[in-house]
Design a protein around this ligand. Sequence first.
Ligand code: DLZ
Length: 163
Amino acid sequence: MIELQPSRDARGFRFAVVVARFNDFVTVRLRKAAVDALTGAGVLDDDITVVPVPGSFEIALAARKAAETGRFDAVICLGCLIRGATPHFEYIASATAHGITSASAATGVPMTFGVLTTNSVEEALERAGAGASNKGHEAAVAAIELVTVLRRLAHPESKGVRV
Ligand code: DLZ
């Protein structure tokens, strides 16, 4: 049996980071952590395009449009929905998640989900702190892993390990 190995080396790959401005005191932290994770994996500044959108509800359309340009290997989606402050929280959260899933399925471009859905501001800030538990960081690392393992899947000469 061969198990394909994702890589943390993302040199040469191009990413779009779609980020909602709503609750920007949180989303700027998600964005910074995502960009840091990408550059830390070898992605050039010029190969990262940040696409700001008003709120999480608008992420899916922008992600799809970014994917349709053909210029990106993956799209990282970032936003912050806080239940207490958001009437119709469930509707927006559900529309956002389904919209991103559909956009990825329709375009075939990997998209990752760094949209916080929390009960409070405190919970949101906890998930946007320093270090690897920041959900922007996690979404960027997931995008890198997905891009690299799918690349290896597409190429028969891919390196895998026998398990
Ligand atoms: C309107 C709204 C509300 C109340 N709460 C949030 C939120 O917590 N997080 C977020 O990302 N966006 C929120 N929005 C904005 C919607 O996502 C959307 O931008 C607007 O309804 C305009 O379509």
